[in-house]
Design a protein around this ligand. Structure first.
Ligand code: GLY
Length: 403
């Protein structure tokens, strides 16, 4: 256990008992307060792991205990990624040490080919490390992009998300399911082309984005969760949901993944259609009659029990982070002020846990999957990851450095 963490733990605890921000505080205080709070929570999170003598990867809280996951879990990149953002937010090298340790612990996922989430896993961990100067991580990013590319199905022009030969996915009658979440894996492919000069990764990403734009979105700019393609002729077999309320409903995190994913695609390609899709998808969110006045969506915009349905803070954090980037392209004040409003809400005591509570995760009130009956109104490592990313982007925007 690192001594500086032990010795400063108690002081940090005292400093941060009142850390969650209140609506009256000044703009600059918001960032400082939320960094201080994140430091207190993440220190406790890391301390518990280090004290175990193992390398653990916290995902959520289950039956009152922190649930740790193995490296093949789709969320395994978020805790290492949060460590990188802690380093970026604080400049304290201790976070870099932990970021490297927990990132390098999942190195073998670069060979993972049995689901699409290798993009999330490697980009959030190694990708952030590479962005912050760890040149040795380049090979991991490239290897992971090769693994993800094995899931490209040329007949349909998409990357297959899930295999259909096991688990609950085998019960749905799908041939080649693609979920909107998969837009988040494309950043890895764009990076691999930049690192290698091999345009095949870029081309796969663009085909996937184009077909997602064509098939996942409805005329009102909401999106389906799952599009099932034919592997024989590439046609669309089904438009379904897996984690939303109904096939025709709008699952909140799916809307968030779409906004974020098309923003990244615009960054990488400058194709205005991608920018417009991100903007229109965000318009759908803010104009929806069920978008709450505190800007943190219900888990599904069409959930039948609104306003008594659980919120999904993870969706809000993903959208806020995407909006900070979106604000750098067009209508900056509009997108930045929306991102700030969402962050103010997430940083308030309604969503931001007190130090030492909530399994030492930062945000409360997220939802994993209500149809599967798992992770309902809990903390989630990806809610924290995108909250920290959004905080980092906000800090850089306000300092006028690159987002
Ligand atoms: N990518 C899985 C989820 O958003 O729950």
């Amino acid at each position: 256990m690192n001594r500086s963490i032990i010795s400063s733990g108690f002081i940090a605890l005292l400093l941060s008992v009142f850390a969650c921000s209140n609506p009256q505080e000044k703009k600059s205080d918001f960032i400082e307060t939320n960094i201080r709070n994140a430091v207190a929570q993440e220190k406790l999170q890391v301390e518990a792991i280090e004290n175990s003598g193992k390398i653990l990867n916290p995902r959520t809280v289950e039956s009152g205990n922190v649930k740790y996951v193995n490296r093949e879990d789709w969320t395994s990149g978020f805790f290492p990624g949060s460590m990188w953002y802690m380093y970026e937010l604080t400049g304290d090298s201790i976070w870099r040490t932990y970021a490297r340790k927990y990132t390098e612990a999942i190195d073998s996922v670069k060979y993972l080919t049995w689901h699409h989430d290798v993009g999330f896993m490697v980009e959030c961990s190694f990708g952030n490390g590479l962005r912050l100067g760890e040149q040795a991580y380049k090979d991991v990013v490239i290897e992971a992009a090769k693994s993800l590319s094995t899931r490209f199905r040329p007949v349909a022009g998409i990357i297959q998300s899930w295999n259909v030969n096991h688990g609950w996915m085998s019960t749905r009658g799908w041939e080649c399911p693609v979920i909107i979440d998969n837009m988040m894996n494309l950043e890895l492919l764009f990076n691999a082309t930049r690192l290698t000069g091999d345009s095949s990764y870029y081309k796969i990403a663009v085909q996937h984005a184009d077909n997602t734009l064509k098939n996942h979105y409805r005329p009102d700019n909401s999106c389906y969760h799952v599009i099932d393609y034919s592997l024989t002729d590439g046609s669309v077999r089904n438009k379904h949901t897996a984690q939303g309320f109904a096939h025709e409903s709008s699952w909140a995190r799916g809307q968030a993944w779409g906004i974020y994913g098309f923003t990244v695609c615009y960054r990488e390609t400058r194709n205005p259609q991608y920018l417009q899709q991100a903007q229109k998808a965000f318009d759908f969110v803010i104009n929806h009659k069920n978008f709450p006045t505190d800007f943190v969506p219900y888990w599904d915009f069409d959930a039948p029990g609104i306003p008594s349905e659980p919120r999904d803070a993870s969706a809000a954090a993903i959208i806020a982070s995407a909006l900070y980037e979106l604000s750098t392209y067009e209508n900056g004040d509009f997108y930045k002020s929306w991102a700030d409003k969402i962050m103010t809400s997430l940083g308030s005591p309604a969503y931001c846990a007190k130090t030492g509570e909530n399994g030492n995760f930062i945000l409360m009130h997220s939802v994993g999957s209500i149809p599967h009956g798992v992770e309902i109104d809990v903390p989630l490592n990806y809610a924290d990851y995108y909250f920290l990313e959004a905080l980092t982007r906000k800090m850089k925007l306000e300092k006028k450095s690159e987002v």
